[in-house]
Design a protein around this ligand. Structure first.
Ligand code: CAA
Length: 458
């Protein structure tokens, strides 16, 4: 099999407009700090009525292919992870085939994968599995994940966002998927789901969704730890795995505060599995909770407070940098975790990252979740694959700052228009395409047969 399969290149797309969360707090008449401190969100990106899931994915793939200068026939597999479904049958992947038309390359496996925010991770696993199988034909895989995260007026609305990430998967990658190390938890719950096909909005039980996320995190972490410890044991090492063995930790990010609590929770997992007589200073203030079972603590405010305090330093070192895009753009569902990866790379130098392990937790409501990890290449020299990958995302803060700030009134108006135009036929979305970033694909027309036509802004 090819060696060191993982991420070779990565591209992020987000809309050219945002609403400020402080403005939203005032507009929604909630206490100052509820969204900015309580949820940890600064700005929220949102799409114009000219954008849909197909246009987002067209843009991010086009950008990745142009930047890497790969010929279109170098791709043998393309997977899309999304939960933004505008057609119950026709995959986003089939729309993306339009980009490959001139190259004549139609021999491209892969279709869409859907389960809430987990589809991107399932696609990544599929691509890696293909590459490590007898079906691999020597070409690259593309993994595309994207979503438009929108909620009706109410307490979930500030946890929206939108964006897409495309990843080039191949051997000898600077970010290698660690083999044999996936801890997964799946179960049947109704925490967030989309039964209403006539609306873009999900049904969500916010408090339940948070508990489900935390339970999945606990279970996936336990499964991952077991697998890595087994690998170590076979190599003659009886050590226990803890967060010390992970230099960076990224999470699916519905809102940033949730991620800070999640890192704290992983530390709490380490604490509960450590021996009672530990002198570890890290766990200072936690001894009172020694006898508790994880399941008893999901709504325990005392535990929450103590573990957040104990893990603050660790959060600042291992996770905070990965939240740059999330706090400035919001939830991107399937692409959220990979946006965190891009943020992490954009906030560190290749030298800092070289040789490290990045732990990753992916969560999709309903629910499907996995804990897995990347090993970063050791070579960070100029021109190395790692250095190229890191420098390719270094403009992320600048790009985020170049977006237009919209008022909550304008945001609400566009949300109302999206509701009105959803599934409309014989229709061209209104709006000035000059408001999109240059090179962005947009929806030009939906004909009477629901066929969608896209164009690209020069
Ligand atoms: N200053 C500082 N903090 C404040 C504050 C203020 N003035 N006012 C409130 N807060 C704090 C609260 O104390 C609370 O923090 P703690 O949980 O640490 O106590 C936080 O702000 C949020 O306040 P509420 O709990 O009152 O918020 P809410 O109930 O109105 O809504 C929500 C929060 C449930 C997350 C809601 O936004 C929601 O339903 N969002 C969508 C669902 C979601 O994101 N779920 C996450 C897990 S599921 C998942 O991950 C999949 C996915 O992508 C959707």
């Amino acid at each position: 099999w090819p060696k060191d399969v993982g991420i070779l290149a990565l591209e992020v797309y987000f809309p050219a407009q945002y609403v400020d969360q402080t403005d939203l707090e005032k507009f929604n008449n909630v206490e100052a700090g509820k969204y900015t401190v309580g949820l940890g969100q600064t700005r929220m990106g949102f799409c114009s009525v000219q954008e849909d899931i197909n246009s987002l994915c067209l843009t991010v793939v086009q950008r990745l292919m142009e930047r890497t200068k790969l010929p279109w026939d170098a791709v043998g597999r393309l997977e899309v992870g999304t939960e933004t479904i505008i057609d119950k049958s026709k995959a986003v992947k089939t729309v993306l085939m339009e980009l490959f038309q001139d190259s004549g390359n139609t021999d491209i496996e892969g279709i869409d994968t859907t389960n809430a925010c987990y589809g991107g991770t399932a696609s990544l696993f599929n691509a890696a599995n293909w590459m490590e199988s007898s079906y691999w034909d020597g070409r690259y895989a593309l993994v595309v994940c994207g979503d438009i995260a929108v909620y009706p007026n109410g307490n979930a609305r500030p946890t929206g966002g939108a964006g897409a990430v495309a990843m080039l998967i191949g051997p000898k990658a600077p970010l290698v998927l660690e083999q044999g190390l996936r801890g997964t938890h799946m179960e049947n719950v109704y925490d967030f789901y989309k039964p209403n096909l006539a609306s873009e909005y999900p049904l969500v039980d916010g408090k339940l969704s948070i508990q489900c996320y935390m339970r999945a995190l606990d279970r996936c972490y336990a499964a991952y730890r077991k697998k890595i410890q087994n690998q170590w044991k076979q190599a003659g090492n009886n050590q226990s795995f803890t967060l010390d063995d992970v230099q960076y930790m990224i999470f699916h990010t519905p809102f940033c505060k949730m991620v800070q609590k999640s890192l704290a929770r992983l530390m709490f997992n380490d604490f509960l599995s450590s021996s009672g007589d530990t002198q570890n200073n890290l766990y200072k203030g936690l001894e009172a909770f020694r006898g508790l079972k994880l399941e008893e603590t999901y709504t325990n405010k005392e535990v929450d407070k103590a573990i957040l305090k104990a893990s603050l330093d660790m959060f600042n070192k291992k996770t905070k940098a990965s939240l740059y895009l999330s706090t400035n753009n919001g939830n991107m569902y399937t692409s959220s975790l990979y946006g965190c990866l891009a943020s992490l790379l954009s906030q560190h130098s290749a030298q800092e990252l070289a040789g490290s392990r990045i732990g990753a937790f992916s969560y999709g409501s309903g629910l499907a979740a996995s804990f897995f990890s990347f090993r970063v290449a050791k070579d960070a020299s100029p021109g190395s694959p790692l250095e190229k990958l890191v420098s390719s995302v270094s403009d992320l803060p600048k790009r985020l700052d170049s977006r237009r700030r919209m008022s909550p009134e304008e945001f609400t108006d566009i949300m109302n228009q999206r509701e009105q135009f959803y599934h409309k036929v014989n229709f061209s979305p209104p709006g000035d395409t000059n408001n999109l970033f240059p090179g962005t694909w947009y929806l030009e027309r939906v004909d009477e047969m629901h066929r969608r036509k896209y164009a690209r802004r020069p």
